[in-house]
Ligand binder design. Sequence first.
Ligand code: HDD
Length: 705
Amino acid sequence: MAKSTKRSDASASIHDQKLVRREGGELHQIAGPGDETLTTAQGGPVLDDQNSLKAGARGPTLLEDFHFREKIFHFDHERIPERVVHARGYAAHGFFENYKSQAKYTRADLFQRAGERTPAFVRFSTVAGSKGSFDLARDVRGFAVKLYTQEGNWDIVGNNIPVFFIQDAIKFPDLIHAVKEEPDSAFPQAQSAHDNFWDFISLTPESMHMIMWVMSDRALPRSFRFMEGFGVHTFRLVNAKDESTFIKFHWKPKLGLQSVLWNEAVKINGADPDFHRRDLWTAIQSGNYPEWELQVQLFNQDFADKFDFDVLDPTKIIPEELLPPIPIGRLVLDRMPDNFFAETEQVAFMTQNVPPGIDFSNDPLLQGRNFSYLDTQLKRLGGPNFTHLPINAPKCPFAHFQQDGHMAMRNPVGRANYQPNSFGLGPRESVAKGFRSFADIEDGAKRRLRPESFADHYSQARQFFISQTEGEQQHIAAALTFELSKVKTPVIRERMVSHLLNIDEVLAGKVGEMLGLRKMPKPADAAVATRHDLEASPALSIVTNGPQHFEGRKLGILVTDGVDAKLLNALKAAVIKAGGSCAIVAPKVTGAEADDGTLIEVDEMIDGGPSVLFDAVALLPGESGISDLLAQSTARDFVADAFAHCKFIAYVEAARPLFAKAGIEDSLDEGVVALTAKKDIAGFVAMLADLRLWTREPKVKKSAA
Ligand code: HDD
């Protein structure tokens, strides 16, 4: 039988649809049209955005439907190429505030006056993964700061690690090809644990210092808010008298450093792949604005000449104990972008963006970057006019004769689009204000050479390793073992261990043993003669430099029906007073009924709120709800993981059976605190300042490293 061409309810006219909607067979009134009329991109008012134009209700769609064609055309072109590195990122607006005049060192306008605020946009990122990858990959984090100064944009395009893998930019494509997914299989995603990466690294001894950092907990930050940022290279400050001072930039988080354990990272990626994004979003949206202090290491040529290493070598740090960083300002992030694509995706950071008074050094990595960043924006953003996008445009007056090109939104006005001209039109250069490069004297034969002064690849790698606590060293050994266990080619594994022998024999021995190497290789012979023993630098350990407070951290509170409302409220109040926050986890997302009859609102159902998402946990089930909880394997994991990850755990008596279920009843230690009365809360909350009970780690059988 031919189908009816009569108008059916499903093809009701747009006027009907605005008024009624069928849901479960019932008619509903829906919101009427707002004041704003939907239009095409050309501004034409739209009649019907639900149905394409057809010849008859069941007939073919007509090519004439310009609204349909425009809408689909635009959708088809919504994506731009993702960044070739640092594709996954998240950003926020804020400001930089200068503490006091630094005119002695630099003529840069933003550093002239105390209290001066400069608008900022900061993008954090992972390096290797695609745009849709998970947040807690073992990876370097990008820390790119754009400062909209009164003398043009200044981009400090740094990382959360102060050194880099390679010494010369010409090796960057090789490094990135090696770390990204292998080109034939297209995996692994967002992971360095594969043959190609370790092949390249084991053939590149200059990367050994960086490898120590990347295999440490630095590569698993708990939050963007709890990590440092570094400009990495040596830059220059240049003052009004054209005198130069070398400088290294450090961003120090006010909330202190904190990382997660590898076992946690793996689980967090499953439970919340947007863990870092959500954290930044939630903090800023709730008015807890993250802050970093800008600290700088300043030094002159004399210091550079005497320093053990070459200050132009980006695989080296200047230990903070040798040259203490000086605080010069603070960076506050206080506003999320209105639209992710417009700002976070389209922002173009470029190392060559420096204002007068800031200058480059001859670091060959920096010199190469100064080409790459401009070039990449052309590809990514589709034309030379990306500076016309609001997020990239300077916020100071600007005037030039660049014109036309794709999507030009601003062209020079008037007759003269060149200078000099006879009409007195348009901007001219300024000797007083213009950017003046530091007049360094350069000479030397034109050659492709690596300086001798860049040759020591192991001393600082060792210094980093010996500066870690025992636990942190253990994490490095475990990370190296895990990564190398994913390498299928034995010779690559062995070559890596031969480098480790030049860094620390105990470390090499441990990794060799855990990998099950039958025979230890000989130490790698690359430039090893230059290695010397440096003193430990305590500033390099995260644990030694813990925050000693719970501010910005989160307590996960597991409740059931029958939870003691008074105790719960008192605990929440104490955590909030300590600057932390709480999330309520329960068997049902609809809430839990407390002992006083109140309904406790729940943030996470236990299946979606594992303890890895929190910095510490409290187990407050009621007598009536505990059996419900004991029936769930997620409740067992909640407790077992919190314990294995060395977290502080508070509990009420009713929760005790959970310890047996988690297999830890005989291992309870001083980090597991009974809340028998409200007075116990203060002790527990004070304890949280330590973040973890590290002494538990060696005792936990199933190591969480
Ligand atoms: Fe790079 C992006 C940091 C070496 C070429 N880089 C990029 C971003 C950060 C860094 C944070 C993301 C910016 C954003 O959020 O948009 N890169 C570094 C650091 C390096 C470094 C700290 C060493 C000290 N980079 C480096 C080299 C080259 C590049 C040696 C090339 C010769 N980097 C790029 C790039 C990217 C980039 C291809 C990709 C997307 C972009 O620039 O805008 O140009």
